[in-house]
Design a protein around this ligand. Sequence first.
Ligand code: PEP
Length: 262
Amino acid sequence: MRKTLIVGNWKMHLSTHEASLLAHRLNDHIEAHQDVEVVLAPSVLSLQPLSVQIDRRKFRLAAQNANEHDQGAYTGEVSFTMLHDLVHYVIIGHSERRLYFNEGLETVRDKVAACVRNKITPILCVGETHVERKAGETNQVLHDQVSTALMHLTSRDVQDMVIAYEPVWAISTFGGELAKPADVEAALKRIRLELRELYGDKVADSVRIIYGGSVDDQVAAGYLAVPGCDGLLPGSASLNYHKFSAIVAAAHRQHKQSRESA
Ligand code: PEP
């Protein structure tokens, strides 16, 4: 059974001091679980101090973004090479980056390649906008985003990666409409089908596909129960330690239940 993954995206919130305080609170409220992997994605500034502070039996770190070049004259940027020692994961293709920073399919593809090249696991975010959904283009968007992002990767590169289905219309930043579990199930299936067609059964079954879009402690269990859902990517709710630790507890309960009924 795939380990459930809970990724808290802190976005551009919290000073290093506040981030340290939140990590401290989470440490008090979250127990280490064999079956649930908890990842914190603070601002790039907090990665170094948190890498020293966190209990590695409980938490891993993710960056929210990185530059596709390993080094060079790219003022203000941070590369995957620089993050290599600090993080297990980098979030790539988040809709806020695609929409606010004009990151297109090719940029996302190059970032995924740079991430893998630097031996960091990508958390690739994909998902359709409201307009694309209304036009019935969800499957086409998922196909384009997944197939382009993985274009230069081998089965071995892809097998450990994470794909987050995050419909843009469901993210709190862009309206935060709650997705129906049936819609989430259909999209996750579609993404796994893409992987099956590109890389075969073994890879398709090993990639973790998680869900994000206004997930909080009230709705987490419902999404975790969606067949094929390997975890969650909460944004706003991850800044509240009560909510985030309740989401982790829900993941643990869910995992236990499915193990018992297997
Ligand atoms: C996100 O940051 O990817 C996200 C899904 O945010 P929120 O949970 O706030 O909608």
